[in-house]
Design a protein around this ligand. Structure first.
Ligand code: 5GP
Ligand code: MG
Length: 179
């Protein structure tokens, strides 16, 4: 199916589940290589990164602890604002090799706020893994050590990403079709 309708919007197939799986596999190998002989604390950013994180987790061969973090940015459903509220068990990050797993880095403001907050709890090391990135949308420079793929500045759904809480279950990724 090339098109999906979610609520009032039409989306067009953009990235297939097979392409995503290949990217996850590559990222997992990079992480396995970089963290060999060490332990990892995977920090899943809710809710968008749940699907990517669990696909990644199953491909890791280093001891992993899993924590969650939630960063709610306020604004409408399609564009991100800059204001972020962050919730996590921050004490679990102290002295750990933290890998923050994000679904997508857009303006970069969310991940920048997350990294800033986590740094206050003195992890041994912090890195970011993101499935998607929209470099054209960046408002602040953020380090993404592990990236699935760069995409155009389009709104996407599927593979954990939602439109007004719908579409997360789609195995493929769809872009908002122009109307
Ligand atoms: P940023 O703070 O980098 O601008 O945005 C980060 C968050 O905005 C992401 O974690 C994600 O929740 C949301 N976001 C950004 N772009 C998209 C998109 O194309 N589709 C969806 N569903 N969410 C997005
Ligand atoms: Mg997110």
């Amino acid at each position: 199916m090339i098109f999906k309708t979610i609520l009032d919007k039409t989306f067009r197939l953009y990235i297939t589940a097979e392409q995503i799986a290949a990217a996850v596999e590559r990222i997992a190998e990079e992480i396995n290589r970089d963290y060999a002989g060490r332990e990892l604390t995977l920090v899943v950013t809710l809710k968008g990164a749940m699907v990517f994180s669990m696909d990644l987790l199953r491909r890791l061969r280093v001891p992993c602890r899993v924590e969650t973090i939630s960063a709610k940015s306020y604004g409408n459903a399609v564009e991100s604002s800059g204001k972020v509220e962050i919730v996590a068990n921050f004490d679990t990050f102290r002295g750990r090799n933290v890998l923050v797993v994000e679904d997508i880095v857009d303006s970069g403001l969310t991940i920048a706020a997350i990294l800033d907050k986590i740094s206050q709890y003195e992890p041994a090391e912090t890195a970011v893994a993101a499935m998607f990135s929209k470099p054209a949308m960046r408002k602040t420079d953020v380090p993404v050590a592990y990236l699935g793929r760069e995409i155009e500045p389009l709104f996407i759904v599927g593979y954990g990403l939602d439109y007004a809480e719908y579409g997360r279950e789609l195995p493929d990724v769809y872009q908002l079709a122009d109307t």
